[in-house]
Ligand binder design. Structure first.
Ligand code: FAD
Length: 452
């Protein structure tokens, strides 16, 4: 069997089903110009992926293999490879709308062998008794838990393969006439620092092992580094989801309560499952016709971190500088964006998509729909976060706020959680809050009620 191994969301050698097949192989990674052409030239995620792809190439070389890095339209690439006599292309499932359509087109060129790697369950594995997909998380979670077996934690063993002979040098450009260059930017200092922090998966797991027992209690607190920081590894497959499950099982055997963390992993699966079964969710509300009010100046204030609401601006600064944002702050920001500013959730989703290094279409879209109150099984529309109460509770000493918004470092902590103070007093170099939370909340409720 002569096979192309298409690495996508599985940029690792360990526990990778792609590498357990045997035969003659051409391992490839494709910088897909259908995606790249829409990105700015300094896109950080592309730089990050490039870094990981080079690491993958090195790891494959230690196994006597290599990685051919392409740059072009996957359809053109597979058309040219088909002529070289390959039997099939093997890849793990990628379930966002563009990926699904692209893979179907590729399957018309070469036999496509799907492997399940990115998520715990295949999209059709956890269904209701009547064979339809779940629409509510808790029953999905219960069924998933009951269904979970050793097979979902299987470790794929590397099988010796023969490397297809071709040039593995540099980046192979399929459209040689194209003037465009890869949008790479590895020079931003903050970004580099962030990369270093998140470089080693083993170290992250070791660090998180110490935090796991306190995860449920501490994960929401912004000054506590209590979460795993594994979303990016799960996104690009530098960590196998099955090895994470094995890690959790080992911890459970030691008596650690792993359930709260496991629940989050099932959330990740649930969101991918929903987007797979209901692709319209990528752009359309599931519930309520109200879809926000398009206001470019409010949008600009949010994206430039000048809303005057400290925790929101701190979150956006963190995102812009590092490509990351604490989960609790993502929730606060998305609620503020869709309810206090009444902006369309799709705009917020696109803003996060542009900057998040761990950007995952399913998690991002469904989380935005959850916050907006418009998705499948969302936060009820009338539950609107008060950003000041949120920061008072989860960033009591305003450490997070002061870290990301230096203009506020000299302000007394309790004032940063006090809307009335911020509305009344001018702080040097920092704007007053652009909305009054209670008024904005009432307006949002009116809209939702009238568009039921
Ligand atoms: P941990 O708390 O350690 O969680 C462990 C893992 O569980 C995460 O790595 C992640 O894979 C998964 N997970 C945790 N919380 C969620 C959740 N609410 N939904 C789905 N999966 C979850 N996560 C992404 O991976 N990509 C995104 O693009 C993304 N966009 C988001 C947008 C909004 C508006 C919100 C509210 C949440 C979003 N999340 C997204 C979920 C969550 O914020 C991140 O997964 C989490 O902050 C990553 O940090 P961690 O790895 O330390 O998480």
């Amino acid at each position: 069997m002569k096979r192309i191994l298409w690495f996508r969301r599985d940029l690792r050698v360990e526990d990778n089903p792609l590498l357990s097949l045997g035969g003659e192989v051409l391992p490839v990674f494709i910088f897909d110009t259908q995606i790249l052409n829409a990105l700015p030239v300094d896109d950080r995620r592309v730089s990050f992926i490039f870094d990981r792809v080079l690491k993958l190439k090195k790891s494959l070389q230690t196994k006597g293999l290599d990685l051919k890095i392409y740059w072009g339209d996957p359809l053109d690439i597979f058309n040219s490879l088909e002529a070289e006599g390959f039997d099939e292309v093997a890849a793990s499932g990628d379930y966002d709308t563009y990926a699904k359509e692209r893979d179907i087109k590729v399957s018309h060129i070469l036999h496509f062998r799907y492997l399940n790697d990115t998520y715990i369950f295949k999209p059709e594995e956890v269904l209701k008794d009547d064979g339809t997909p779940y629409l509510v998380f808790t029953p999905f979670y219960n069924k998933a838990k009951a269904y979970l077996s050793k097979e979902h934690m299987h470790e794929y063993v590397y099988v010796k393969q023969r490397l297809y002979e071709t040039s593995y040098e540099g980046i192979t450009k399929i459209d040689v006439d194209s003037e465009e260059t890869l949008p790479l930017n590895i020079d931003s200092l903050e970004f580099k620092n962030n990369l270093l922090k998140i470089d080693d998966v083993e170290m992250k797991l070791e660090q998180f092992r110490k935090n796991l027992s306190g995860y449920a209690k501490e994960r929401d607190y912004l000054n506590k580094d209590a979460t795993s920081h594994l979303s990016i590894d799960l996104r690009f497959g530098t960590l196998s989801i099955r090895s994470l499950l094995r890690f959790l099982l080992a911890q459970k055997k030691e008596g650690v309560d792993t359930e709260p963390f496991f629940r989050q992993l099932i959330f990740r699966d649930f969101y991918a499952y929903l987007l797979f079964h209901f692709p319209d969710l990528a752009t359309h509300n599931h519930k309520y016709r109200f879809n926000g009010i398009e206001d470019k100046s409010k949008y600009a204030a949010f994206c430039e971190a000048r809303t005057g609401v400290p925790v929101v601006d701190a979150g956006v600064r963190e995102l812009l500088q590092t490509g990351d944002m604490h989960n609790r702050v993502r929730m606060i920001c998305a609620s503020f964006f869709t309810k206090d500013l009444l902006l369309p959730w799709q705009w917020g989703e696109a803003f996060f998509a542009k900057y998040l290094l761990d950007y995952d279409a399913a998690s991002n879209i469904l989380s935005w729909q959850w916050s907006a109150g418009t998705g499948i099984d969302p936060q009820p529309y009338f539950r609107i976060f008060n950003p000041y109460l949120q920061s008072k509770k989860f960033d009591k000493e305003a450490e997070y706020i002061k870290k990301w918004v230096p203009e506020l470092r000299e302000v007394e902590v309790k004032r940063l959680h006090n809307e009335a103070f911020l509305l009344k007093n001018k702080i040097e170099n920092y704007p007053k809050p652009m909305v009054v939370h209670k008024d904005a909340r009432d307006e949002a409720l009116d809209y939702f009620r009238s568009y039921q």
